[in-house]
Structure formats: C-alpha cells, structure tokens
Design a protein around this ligand. Structure first.
Ligand code: SAH
Length: 360
C-alpha cells in the first residue's frame, strides 16, 4: 500500500469543506503541520465526533473551523437500532449526497467486538439470495466514508468500555468492486498513528473477482480474505450468483491457490445454507473435494430470510450434518453464530430500502 492514511483523511476533510486539498485548507485557517496532525489524531485515534471536542485546538480555531461548516465525519447517523439482547447495534448512515449505507456493531460474548462495514451503497452483483444484491447498485463509497462507519461504532464500543477487535467488509457492496477505496480504508483502519487495528483483525469478503484476488495477493498485507462460495459446482453457483458466469469455479479456485502460495495465508470460504438448494449431502461432499489441503476454512452461514428473496434457510440439524461431512473429510469448518436477526442486522439483511422506514 502506498497511500499515506493521514493525507487520505485530511484531503477528504478539506474537500468536504469546499477546499481544493489539504494545503488549501491549511492556508485558509493558517494551520501548521502539527495542527493537521492533531486534527487527524483527534478523529482517527481519539474518535472525536466533532471539531468542538478537539480540546488540543485553541477555542477560536475550533469555532473558526466549525463556522465554515467543516465536519469531522463524512457520514451522519440517521437511525441506530439495538437488538433485544443488546449485543447487536445497526446503524443507518447518510453520506454527503444523501446516499445511505448500513453498518453493524456486534459485541460477542467474551472479549470480541466486531464491526461490519459497507463498501458501496447498493451492490452490482445481484446474488439472488441477498437483499442488497436485489436492490441494485448506488455508488462506490470513498475510503473515508467506509472508515467513518468503523469510527462511529468504535466510539460506541468505547463508551461501553469495549475495544474493537475485528472489522469485516461484509456489509453492503462488493469490496473488490471498489478496490482502491477499500485498500485506503484498510490503511486508515490499520494506521498505528490513528485507528490502530492490526491487519490480521481485518477481513475482506468478496464474491470472487479473480483479477482482484490476484492483485490483493500482491499487496503484501496480512488482511484476511474470505470468498463467498455458496455452491460447489458451476451450474448451481451460476444459478444464483451471476458473477459465476464471468469467473468459473475453476478459475476462482485457481486464483485462491495462487493467493495461498503467494501469501501463505489461509482462505476463508463462506457458504450460506439455503434449504433444498445447496445443502444436500452431495453438495457437502463436492465442497469437501474442492477444499483440498489444509489451506482453506469453510464457514457455514445460517441463511437470514429477506422479504425480496425466495429462499429459506436450512434447519440447524441440516447445517450440523453438512458440517459433519466436511469435518469427517478433514475440512476445517465452523458454523457462524447469528446476531441481530430481530433488527435485520444479520448477514445479507442490510438494505437501502430501510431508508423509507427510517424517514417516517
Ligand atoms: N460482496 C461481498 C460482501 C457481501 S456480505 C461478498 O459477496 O462476499 C457478506 C456475506 O453475507 C456474503 O458471503 C454474502 O453472500 C452473505 N449473505 C448475503 N445475503 C445473506 C443472507 N440473507 N443470509 C446470510 N448470508 C447472506
């Protein structure tokens, strides 16, 4: 990665405030280098919400900046919903141009706290079972719009005395379809001078864009890669994941093998369990055959029904039987624990249409 996270963040702040770039912004407020560093640190590390909170800046400077309409965050929370058990919080955020995206905070038992963030408003890949996929594509988010979702929930977590341990790109959108911004967002999340989250605690989930997997393998980062596989053969995969008509399973698996030999990192495969579609014993055996060697890990995802997709989830019993076949074949397998179903904050339930409800 080449981009410096601090300049990515400062340039975005300057542009949002109507300046050409950081220099232009710094000139307008006569800000020296250390002031710029204080601004970045306040947002990225100290997670300040507004300029007013930055007590390291003189009061006059704070009000000068605020009066010019400079906002520390590129997104504004519209609605925040908590699940009944209070372990899951879903946020709907509005970008500067009115586009809305969702992110989720999950407080697992134990010490794990995960933030799930969106990389695009909508999604262009139209997976038949996914709510976002059915809603269509809006636009790419900027690196800072992605980062600010994590910043918002890291602040929430901190207020409860918790530390964010993981960030996953499993919200709305296809991260590898917005590659550069996602890599910049990773740099922002990872910056030791800023947000400071270790790369191994970040996971990018992709529908399986082969060229981008190859590019990602060359980044020299320790970020985890997850592939949304969901089917063990081309006929089945193409029937509900249009992307498979562009990149066959063979091409996808070959890219994963190249990735593993280049990075020496495991690949995680997500497999959403759709009743009567991809959950047979035969599918499990086919999947096991695809997962050669000890370089892959399968994560079975209980399906969350969405109003706009004609699927139902496999029963728990079916999921565990399926898992057992994989396990017996020597494939590392886990079953994802479901969170936030009652507030439609679970996997694949994030959708732009919530806007309508949120506004009333
Ligand atoms: N575009 C990325 C991120 C998508 S969301 C990708 O395809 O990986 C993260 C995961 O949730 C993906 O594996 C996606 O297929 C899955 N998913 C989508 N809708 C779902 C639903 N209704 N229930 C469970 N998982 C779902």
């Amino acid at each position: 990665m080449t981009s410096d996270p601090r300049s990515i963040w400062l340039d975005s702040l300057a542009r949002r405030a109507g300046f050409e770039d950081t220099q232009d912004f710094a000139r307008a407020f006569e800000l020296r280098e250390y002031r710029l560093a204080q601004l970045y640190r306040a947002a990225a590390k100290e997670l300040c919400e507004s300029v007013d909170e930055i007590t390291t800046l003189p009061k006059e400077l704070r009000s000068a900046i605020t009066s010019r309409g400079v906002r520390l965050s590129s997104i504004e929370p519209v609605t925040i919903q908590r699940s009944r058990d209070r372990h899951t919080t879903k946020g709907l955020f509005r970008c500067g141009d009115g586009k809305e995206v969702e992110a989720v905070l999950m407080e697992h038992r134990g010490d794990r706290t995960t933030i799930c963030i969106s990389s695009q408003a909508g999604c262009a890949f139209a997976c038949a079972f996914c709510s976002t996929g059915q809603a269509g594509f809006g636009r790419n988010l900027s690196a800072v719009e992605i980062f600010d979702q994590a910043r918002y929930f890291a602040r929430e977590a901190r207020a409860k005395g918790k530390r964010v341990t993981n960030v996953v790109f499993m919200g709305m959108g296809e991260p590898f379809h917005n590659y550069d911004a996602v890599m910049d967002a990773v740099a922002l999340l990872n910056d030791p001078q800023g947000f400071g989250l270790g790369q191994r605690h970040i996971t990018i989930s992709t529908v399986g864009l082969v060229d981008r997997i190859d590019q990602f393998a060359e980044e020299g980062v320790q970020v985890n890669l997850a592939i949304s596989l969901h089917a063990p053969n081309d006929t089945l995969r193409s029937s509900f994941m249009p992307v498979n008509r562009r990149y066959s399973l063979e091409e996808l698996m070959a890219a994963c093998e190249r990735y593993v030999s280049r990075t020496h990192r495991k690949v995680f495969f997500e497999y959403v369990m759709l009743a009567g579609i991809n959950d047979s014993d035969k599918c499990a055996r086919e999947l096991a055959a695809l997962m050669r060697g000890n370089i892959y890990h399968v994560n079975l995802i209980p399906y969350n029904t969405t109003p706009d997709a004609p699927y139902t989830g496999s029963s728990d019993e079916r999921i565990w039987d399926f898992a057992e076949i994989l396990d017996k074949a020597g494939v590392p397998v886990t079953v994802r624990h479901n969170m936030g179903r009652d507030i439609a904050a679970a996997c694949g339930q994030l959708r732009v249409e919530t806007q309508a409800k949120a506004h009333t």
